[in-house]
Design a protein around this ligand. Structure first.
Ligand code: HEC
Length: 124
């Protein structure tokens, strides 16, 4: 027979262990939700956001030559049905084309260029 005082202590210990465990798990869940709702700005952009950003760059830097709809301007070809790969487009944008198209290497970093490419890919 276990004395009733010992039983009481055991029940108390078990109860507080459960309460502690619940508080601990609850706290963790709460904290992770808090972190999720405060996404850091460095999170990679979704494809839609990337293309929207690229659209801005396109109108700023490319549209006056390649046309507002990218379907070619007076002196520059259409970019709608490009046969070249994304990597090749990036290369053209970064290096430019001698006597034809300026280099954008100083103006746009790698992510900016991939944003422009993402935008061009939404156009076809
Ligand atoms: C000063 C006018 C001008 C601007 C600004 C310009 N381009 Fe061009 N781009 C050209 C010309 C002209 C060609 C064609 C050169 C040739 O075929 O020899 C060309 C070619 C290209 C090509 C290669 C097309 C192919 O079929 O190989 C790509 C891709 C391109 N441009 C993308 C861009 C992007 C993206 C921008 C903006 C960041 C841009 N261009 C800004 C004039 C321009």
């Amino acid at each position: 027979m276990i004395p009733s005082e010992v039983k009481g202590v055991m029940v108390g210990v078990i109860t507080s262990a459960i309460v502690l465990a619940a508080a601990f798990t609850g706290g963790t869940v709460y904290r992770s939700q808090y972190i999720t709702s405060k996404q850091p700005a460095s999170k990679p952009l979704s494809p839609e956001n990337l293309a929207a950003k690229g659209r801005g760059f396109f109108f700023q830097s490319c549209a006056h030559c390649h046309g507002q709809d990218a379907d070619g301007g007076e002196d520059a070809p259409s970019l709608l049905k490009l046969q070249i790969s994304g990597a090749h487009i990036a290369l053209v944008v970064q290096s430019g084309i001698k006597d034809e198209m300026p280099s954008f290497a100083k103006k746009y970093n790698e992510q900016d260029v991939s944003a422009i490419i993402a935008y061009l890919k939404t156009l076809h």
